[in-house]
Design a binder for this molecule. Structure first.
Ligand SMILES: NC(=O)c1ccc[n+]([C@@H]2O[C@H](COP(=O)([O-])OP(=O)(O)OC[C@H]3O[C@@H](n4cnc5c(N)ncnc54)[C@H](O)[C@@H]3O)[C@@H](O)[C@H]2O)c1
Length: 315
């Protein structure tokens, strides 16, 4: 497997592809950004320029300038042009097996034989995607988080047929572009974070649907409580600290957690009546009522920038 990575192809230039292109360009890699429409590519390049400027303005562009980094990217509508002679491919097309398998089959035929091909999928399994290719050992899943150019985590996991070397090289590459990779021991739907998010989201929706609190109150409770404390602790160290030791936590809180878990939601689909209550309550949140989507995204990115300035190196 090629571990001398200098040229990267980003296939798909939506929200995630733009973020990858930003990061690779910012860290000095030559990037080919590919999509199926000129409009998408143009929009993506505009967004990448804004992302690079945000990094530069906040002292997070460690070499060169935003304008210089932008020159590391070229765009193309041709998949062959995109993957020809590249050392690593990162696919970010829509999240369904048909789309992924079609693109993986084409990339496998067109990219150099020792080039790793990674997918950004947020929910699909690599074991299934790699059934479409002739060299499955080089296929790996690299799940990023929005905004890709700001949040450090990537979850990295191979499928049944992935060569362990592919995962090793991918984790090293991710570290080189400033990511904090977590390597899963085995595949599971939703990986780690999307499972945790799904559990929290179901309970948040249920609290609103059952009239326990409004969407605004649920979000504020989260942000001023666990959201504020847990960014540098995590749920398991939190339990250790809360019980003055994990064994003590498990024994001491057994009864109160049983009562909570007994009364928590277990549904797996949002019904139309719950959807109606959720939509009304979220649309009534002052931040949603008073600001455009774009303005809220910009504010979120600025807040993330401030958080990234905190030194969390002890973990
Ligand atoms: N949005 C998120 O929060 C998020 C987070 C992590 C991972 N992901 C994953 O990243 C992937 C992309 O998601 P997104 O949010 O960027 O989607 P998106 O809809 O914003 O972008 C997808 C892009 O792929 C392009 N595309 C479609 N078919 C193509 C093809 N055959 N070849 C090249 N380009 C093609 C589309 O034109 C579009 O620009 C998905 O697998 C998704 O699950 C998304």
């Amino acid at each position: 497997m090629n571990n001398n990575i200098k040229k990267v192809a980003c296939v798909g230039s939506g929200l995630i592809g733009q973020g990858w292109a930003t990061l690779f360009a910012a860290t000095g890699y030559a990037v080919t950004l590919q999509d199926v429409s000129d409009d998408k590519l143009k929009g993506a390049i505009d967004q990448v320029s804004l992302n690079l400027r945000l990094l530069e303005d906040n002292g997070r562009l460690y070499h060169g300038t935003a304008a210089g980094a932008a020159k590391n990217i070229r765009t193309t509508l041709s998949l062959l042009e995109a993957v020809k002679g590249v050392d690593f491919v990162l696919e970010s097309v829509p999240d369904n097996y048909t789309a992924k398998k079609t693109v993986f089959k084409e990339m496998d035929a067109l990219a150099p034989g020792d080039t790793i091909i990674a997918s950004s999928s947020s929910g699909l399994l690599m074991s299934e995607i790699q059934t479409a290719v002739t060299r499955p050992g080089r296929c790996v899943l690299v799940h990023p988080f929005l905004p890709v150019h700001l949040l450090p985590l990537v979850e990295v996991v191979g499928g049944d047929q992935t060569d362990p070397e592919t995962v090793d090289i991918t984790c090293s590459l991710m570290k080189n572009i400033g990511k904090a990779p977590v390597r899963l021991k085995k595949e599971v739907s939703g990986y780690i974070v999307n499972r945790l998010q799904a559990a929290i989201l179901r309970e948040a929706v249920d609290l609103v649907a059952n009239g326990v609190a409004s969407a605004e109150e649920v979000d504020l409770a989260f942000c001023n409580g666990m959201g504020m404390r847990d960014p540098f602790i995590g749920p398991l160290l939190r339990a250790y600290l809360a019980g003055d030791g994990i064994e003590n936590f498990v024994e001491h809180y057994a009864e109160s957690y049983r009562l909570r878990w007994d009364s928590m939601a277990t549904w797996n689909t949002i019904s139309s009546s719950v959807k109606e209550r959720l939509v009304d309550s979220v649309n009534e949140m002052p931040i949603v009522r008073e600001n455009s989507l774009e303005k809220i995204k910009t504010w979120r990115d600025q807040m993330l920038m401030e958080m990234l300035k905190l030194d969390r190196t002890c973990r």
